[in-house]
Design a binder for this molecule. Sequence first.
Ligand code: PSV
Ligand code: MN
Length: 408
Amino acid sequence: MDRTIETTRSRMYDALAEELTASGVDVSGVVESLKAQRVETPSWAYGNSGTRFKVFPQPGVPRDPFEKFEDAAQVHRHTGVCPGVAVHIPWDKVEDYGALRAHADSLGMSIGAVNPNLFQEEEYKLGSVCHPDPAVRRKATNHLLECVEIAKATGSDILSLWFADGTNYPGQDSLTQRRHRMLECLAEMYDAMPQQMRMLLEYKPYEPAFYHTDLADWGTALTMCQRLGERAQVLVDLGHHLQGTNVEHIVALLLDEGRLGGFHFNARKYGDDDLIVGSVNPFELFLIYVELVGAGPAAGDVAYMIDQSHNIEAKIEAMILSVTNLQEAYAKALLVDRTALEAAQRDGDVLGAHRLLLDAYSTDVRPLCARAREELGASPDPIAAFRASGYMEKIAQERVGGTQMSWT
Ligand code: PSV
Ligand code: MN
């Protein structure tokens, strides 16, 4: 590494650490927390994806799930916190899951959440687990059970469920009966899960259904989880809310109920945009982390996962940027002066309390994050390091022939 850059970086860290220590922050504690966080990246983000208008293929895109893990390993190599990769079945279906697991292992990686796919087959036109025809529900449930087996074989303990189920027109189906049908299918899956496995239910208000979605919001997901049992928890995808929704409030509530299972981090402007996390909504992201940090041990089991599709941006780089944005949001939340905040809240000092959050949010935490990555043996400046590594050029040259992976 360039000595001048290294010296400047070290000086920046020392200056920030001195300032923070003077104001009572346990700087090494913050760095340790940053080092301890783990963020899972999604296999589908490394394949080609696009909108309903066009998919723009990119050179070097993986041709099979094994190559996806190689790309994900680059994100881990430079950030130090991303060893897990979520898989989507059947997009990542392989003959031998033991071989995929061994490949991940050889790269210092692991298989994370298993995501069943119940939205791309003809039979699912009217839904999957909510479908009016019991034969279709049987097929859907069998796929869910297959995913429990895949999770067992891959050493994963999270099943991450999102359903495209819903209706397009009032009267199309019974809203209540659909809920009962989903409950019945999920109960069968729940019973098949071994003790350490958790089922995360992901809600979304619309799309692809436009009148109603069977798991539309945190309330529909939470009540379903309450019916199923303690190992059913809610997954919050940041892109799955209507404009103006207070996502941090939902996070606080679910944490308080012990039902926040995990996140699908991304950013949105209008819909389920799946953009680089923190690119459009950095303050919201920070406020979510403020709730997570405030919850302490109650947030211990939360699965931090990214769910993004990169249509026009370079995929691995986009993922690295997402992770560094997450680390910065987390670092800022760790800097909130909780004692002063509680006092201001107690005294009804509205703006004093608000300004304490702004103080933390306005701190340039990049030297802290760089230090955490450095101590993990990763890269202080991950994007620069990845660009300099020549990996993109290498895969573009090597990965010729075959069919590039995509979400279709
Ligand atoms: C649905 O929009 C979603 O957020 C779910 O998590 C899916 O599994 C994922 O996107 C990929 O399509
Ligand atoms: Mn999602």
